[in-house]
Design a protein around this ligand. Structure first.
Ligand SMILES: *Cc1c(COP(=O)(O)O)cnc(C)c1O
Length: 416
């Protein structure tokens, strides 16, 4: 594939068809098209509406706890400086964490859910549907639905329902109905198909609250905009705390919402190196990983064109990751475009490397990170010792790791 010409700005997309270069778009059934266009019309109305923004800011502040802190990770920085010295390098950049783990419900997902529930309210919708894999987005959706008094149906693969029972219980406590999906392998991809089907059959009253920066246009754009609060804050905070921009920013990529949220406000800062981390699972030579941009190929899934894990027949494959939140066989289309244009590097991190970073961060920072976020930290652990002491790295701590303690215990051969 030809490398696209470097644009003047990396922040202007998507175009009116919802395309980021050759990625994105809205490849949906004709019956879904009027719904998508209606959503787009309302989104265009509210995105620069002062009242809408004010209501979102108020909720983000008093309900979700924003702004999240930009924290100098002194313990990790000190540790990585010792690693650097031991290698005879005498380096080690300063590491900062953007603390999305401190948000209500424990991750960045609430940013998107608050934005979309307000949009649903504006549109006069009466019923919320959502898809979920590990259950984190299902819980965040059930949370905002409870807050606004909307009935909520969450589609969840039957396999995931069985292995994520605490989150299923949380959703039920919050008043949501969890519908297990047995089609396919009963995972996130199948849940998303089922949610799209529900949406077409309940045209009048239903709002589909998508959990990541994927799906048909305008979802990738609107989810990105709701998550961009992460990067807007981080950029202002580092200027305030260090008087300059960071040298490198790093985030984990599942569908890509926390990553694009951090990255987008920095895309035109050419001096900032931007790195997205994919789930390398047990290695890219086998099929047990979820590195769609490093080991996949472009195709169409869930209404958009993007990099996907697929076999030689073009069948979508189920990914694997120690971290359920990175376990989506595709990626938001804007990441595919940023990959091909060369603005953002995408690098895999293995399960074992993420687990080591999880343990290290817990020990030297007193912060138990989500396994997803531990992938991003693991990459910092790799590159920071070779950087200079006056350099700065920001890692997006997308969520807290309380949800992961059972997974970690079983990986360590322990019982809780
Ligand atoms: C869901 C989740 C992710 C992955 O989703 P993105 O859309 O790629 O951000 C990452 N971290 C945490 C804590 C999550 O809950």
């Amino acid at each position: 594939m030809n490398k696209p010409a470097t644009p003047n700005s990396f922040r202007t997309g998507p175009d009116e068809q919802g395309m980021f270069g050759i990625f994105g778009g809205r490849f949906v059934a004709e019956t879904l098209m009027p719904l998508i266009l209606d959503l787009e019309r309302h989104w265009n109305e509210v995105k620069n509406d002062a009242d809408f923004r004010a209501e979102l800011t108020d909720l983000s502040t008093h309900y979700a706890g924003r702004p999240s802190k930009l924290y100098f990770a002194e313990g990790l920085t000190k540790h990585l400086r010792e690693v650097s010295s031991a290698r005879g390098l005498a380096g080690g950049a300063k590491v900062y964490f953007k603390r999305e783990d401190l948000n209500h419900t424990g991750s960045h997902k609430i940013n998107n859910c608050l934005g979309q529930i307000l949009l649903a309210k504006r549109m006069g919708k009466k019923r919320i549907i959502a898809e979920t894999g590990a259950g984190q987005h299902g819980v965040a959706s059930a949370t905002v639905a409870a807050r606004f008094g909307f009935p909520c149906v969450v589609y969840m693969g039957a396999t995931d329902v069985a292995r994520q029972s605490p989150n299923v219980f949380r959703m039920k406590l919050l008043g949501a109905e969890v519908r297990p999906v047995t089609a396919g392998h009963g995972t996130l991809k199948d849940a998303m198909n089922e949610a799209l089907r529900d949406w077409v059959t309940n045209v009048e009253d239903t709002y589909y609250l998508i959990g990541t920066a994927a799906g048909p246009h305008p979802y990738p754009e609107l989810v990105r905009d709701f998550q961009s609060v992460i990067g807007i804050e981080a950029r202002a905070q580092i200027l305030e705390q260090e008087g300059r921009l960071p040298d490198t920013i790093i985030a984990a990529v599942g569908g890509g919402s926390n990553a694009i949220g951090l990255f987008h406000p920095f895309l035109d800062d050419k001096e900032v190196r931007i790195i997205g981390i994919e789930a390398g699972g047990r290695g890219l030579d086998g099929i047990e990983h979820c590195a769609s941009m490093n080991a996949g190929a472009p195709g169409v899934l869930h209404g958009n064109r993007t990099y996907l894990l697929q076999n030689s027949d073009g069948q979508i494959m189920d990914g694997h990751s120690i971290s359920a939140g990175l376990d989506y066989p595709g990626v938001g289309p804007e990441h595919s475009w940023l990959r091909d244009s060369g603005r953002v590097e995408y690098v895999p991190i293995l399960d074992d490397e993420a687990l080591e970073a999880f343990k290290l961060t817990t020990r030297v920072e007193g912060i138990i990170p989500a396994l997803e976020s531990a992938h991003a930290i693991a990459h910092a652990v790799k590159i920071v010792p070779a950087m200079d002491k006056d350099q700065i790295v920001i890692v997006n701590l997308s969520g807290r790791g309380d949800k992961d303690v059972h997974t970690v215990a079983s990986m360590l051969g322990m019982e809780i």
